[in-house]
Design a protein around this ligand. Structure first.
Ligand SMILES: N[C@@H](CCC(=O)N[C@@H](CS)C(=O)NCC(=O)O)C(=O)O
Length: 191
């Protein structure tokens, strides 16, 4: 059974939580206090960051790599499309997630102009989701899981309205119909 070194408030950990839930995997959780990190976490991940997944002495950090690992280790249900173009599209979104998360963190720090920069990114997501139902194309999967933790936190913790982004709003609603994502939304509400 995998162990997830986790922190409830961490959106990168949320990627791992959602992917594990979608795969229907049972796993142990070891909650890490990010304000008072145990020294041993550096043995699991040299950066000291979470998430980390450990399975049969195999230790893996980095949320994007963890998602891909889970997909390959537990192929069913699939979270990457069969079509190579859609797989590549999903990976491209994940590869460029900093475009979205940088303005998110800037807004959280209260930086000037951050709200506008995050709005630009939401508009970009909206245009993509107006053209196809999921970020990775025709099917729900890793790209959606990679972005939704920040979109939920922007909406519920930073008070960012999604009203001007109808396709993003519809995407969030469709995601919330999935128990794995609904559980994350509940967790965010309790933070
Ligand atoms: N690139 C890493 C980022 C993980 C990350 O930044 N995690 C934060 C919590 S949300 C963390 O552990 N922060 C502690 C620190 O930066 O020292 C990933 O994708 O897993």
């Amino acid at each position: 059974m995998p162990t997830l070194y986790d922190a409830a408030r961490c959106p990168y950990c949320a990627r791992a939580r959602i992917a594990l839930a979608e795969k229907g995997l049972e796993y142990d959780v070891l909650e890490i206090d990010l304000s008072d990190r145990p020294q041993w976490i550096y043995e699991k991940n040299s950066t000291g960051r979470v998430p980390v997944v450990e399975e049969e002495a195999w230790v893996l950090p980095e949320s994007a790599v963890i998602m891909e690992y889970l997909e390959e280790r537990y192929p069913e249900p699939a979270l990457l499309a069969a079509d190579p173009s859609d797989r590549a599209l999903a990976r491209l979104w994940i590869f460029r997630h900093d475009d979205f998360t940088k303005p998110y963190y800037a807004l959280r720090r209260g930086e000037d102009g951050a709200a506008g920069r995050l709005d630009e990114q939401l508009a970009r997501l909206d245009a993509a989701l107006a053209a196809r139902p999921w970020l990775g194309g025709a099917e729900y999967g890793l790209a959606d899981i990679a972005y939704v933790p920040w979109v939920l936190r922007a909406r519920d913790m930073l008070g960012v309205s999604l009203e001007r982004y109808p396709a993003v709003g519809a995407w969030v609603e469709a995601l919330l119909a999935r128990p794995a994502v609904a559980a994350e939304a509940e967790l965010v509400a309790a933070l």
